[in-house]
Design a protein around this ligand. Structure first.
Ligand SMILES: CC(C)(COP(=O)(O)OP(=O)(O)OC[C@H]1O[C@@H](n2cnc3c(N)ncnc32)[C@H](O)[C@@H]1OP(=O)(O)O)[C@@H](O)C(=O)NCCC(=O)NCCS
Length: 147
């Protein structure tokens, strides 16, 4: 992901999330955060999805993932996640974690398909509606052994 991608990223962000990140938030991630890694998915040269993570010692923390609504359900989210997992393995991470809204069934199914397991809740984690977050972890050694 580059700063020049942000018009399209913000457009997808606003369609995909009830509490979208601001342009400034993405600018900070791309410009100032040495721990951050952000990737985009392209179809015919157009950005249709993206995801990011922070590398904290040997743990990768997923910060966001979204696919443009008109491209969802076509395997793009799974591809983006697999790319990010591959990058985390390459960078030497041993495990990966993320938070997901307890109501976000679709995202949970995606993460479970990739081998993520739930390990508890963060009560009231989402400030827009006080929703709980499910905390999920993936052991990357296990991922490397997936078919
Ligand atoms: C979550 C999200 C990234 C998934 O991306 P996607 O491109 O639509 O997902 P894919 O087509 O790659 O599907 C991969 C897997 O996700 C799950 N999945 C996708 N759509 C689903 C649906 N409508 N119902 C149930 N599971 C679904 C399935 O496990 C699917 O695997 P399968 O096709 O073998 O059944 C996308 O729905 C999105 O951007 N949502 C809004 C933003 C968001 O909630 N981000 C996650 C924040 S934690």
């Amino acid at each position: 992901m580059r700063l020049s991608d942000l018009d399209r990223i913000i457009a997808i962000e606003c369609m995909a999330f009830s509490a979208p990140w601001s342009r400034m938030a993405f600018q900070g991630e791309l410009g100032d955060n040495q721990f951050a890694h952000y990737i985009v998915a392209l179809t015919d040269g157009m950005i249709v999805g993206y995801a990011g993570m922070w590398m904290i010692i040997d743990e990768a923390h997923i910060t966001t993932i979204a696919v443009s609504p008109d491209y969802q359900g076509q395997g793009i989210g799974e591809m983006v996640m697999r790319q990010l997992i591959g990058l985390a393995v390459t960078l030497g991470c041993l495990r990966m974690t993320l938070e997901v809204r307890v109501s976000n069934y679709v995202a949970q199914k995606l993460y479970e398909k990739l081998g993520f397991v739930s390990y508890g809740l963060r009560p009231g984690y989402y400030s827009d509606n006080n929703e709980d977050a499910l905390i999920m972890w993936l052991e990357l050694v296990d991922f490397v052994n997936l078919p």
